[in-house]
Structures are given as C-alpha cells and as structure tokens.
Write a protein that binds this ligand. Structure first.
Ligand code: SF4
Length: 115
C-alpha cells in the first residue's frame, strides 16, 4: 500500500486517473497552508497504518489534537476506509474497530459452542 499524506493515494480505494485525492477532497475544508499543519502531516505516516498497538495509540492520540478530527472521521466512515487511523479511530474494512487483532488462534466463541 502506498500512502502519501500530502496527497492521499490508497490503491484499491481510489483508482484510475483521479487516484490522488487531496486532503481538501477528504475533508472538504482544507486550504493548502492549513493542510500541512495537521498532526498527520507532522508525524510519520507509517504510524497511521501500523500493525503495532503502540504506534496506533500514538496516531490516535495525535488525532485528538486535530482541529478537523470530526470531519476526518465522518469522511472516513462515508468512504468506508479499508484500514488506518482516521479521525482518531482505527478502521478495518470500512468499520471502526477497538484494536487490531493479534496474530494467532482466534478467541473461543462460547456462544457458538453452547458453553
Ligand atoms: S483527524 Fe487524524 S488523520 Fe484526520 S486529518 Fe486530523 S490528524 Fe490527520
């Protein structure tokens, strides 16, 4: 996956000639100068798409101070973002999730086995 935060490019989500989607298109309220003062522009883009819980927590906390957090979250929900931290929330397959699943055997679902 390639993600450029100055011009969001997420293959699979935005395809074709218009694959580069500027932040103004994402939130609808950015001017050029404001876009580069966002917390996600002043930190490593990797943490917003990390698999590590400590980096995800850092990304979420940085979003906490973002002036457009609400609009960012609303946009991510409407686009059904496939992954990443948007608006202070972690997304997976278009939905907000509490945390990444750790690798390994899934938890036992006691309801399914009637226990
Ligand atoms: S809420 Fe987070 S991901 Fe969205 S623009 Fe602000 S810092 Fe970036």
């Amino acid at each position: 996956m390639t993600v450029l935060f100055s011009e969001l490019l997420v293959p699979g989500w935005a395809e074709g000639e218009n694959a580069k989607i500027g932040l103004d298109a994402v939130t609808g309220i950015y001017g050029d100068e404001q876009a580069f003062s966002l917390p996600c522009h002043n930190s490593s883009p990797e943490i917003y798409f990390s698999e590590k819980s400590d980096e995800i927590a850092l990304a979420k906390s940085l979003c906490g101070g973002c002036p457009v957090k609400r609009e960012c979250l609303k946009g991510a929900l409407s686009r059904q973002e496939p992954c990443g931290v948007w608006g202070g929330e972690l997304f997976e397959e278009g939905k907000v999730i509490a945390q990444k699943r750790t690798p390994g055997r899934p938890r036992l679902n006691r309801e399914l086995i009637g226990a």
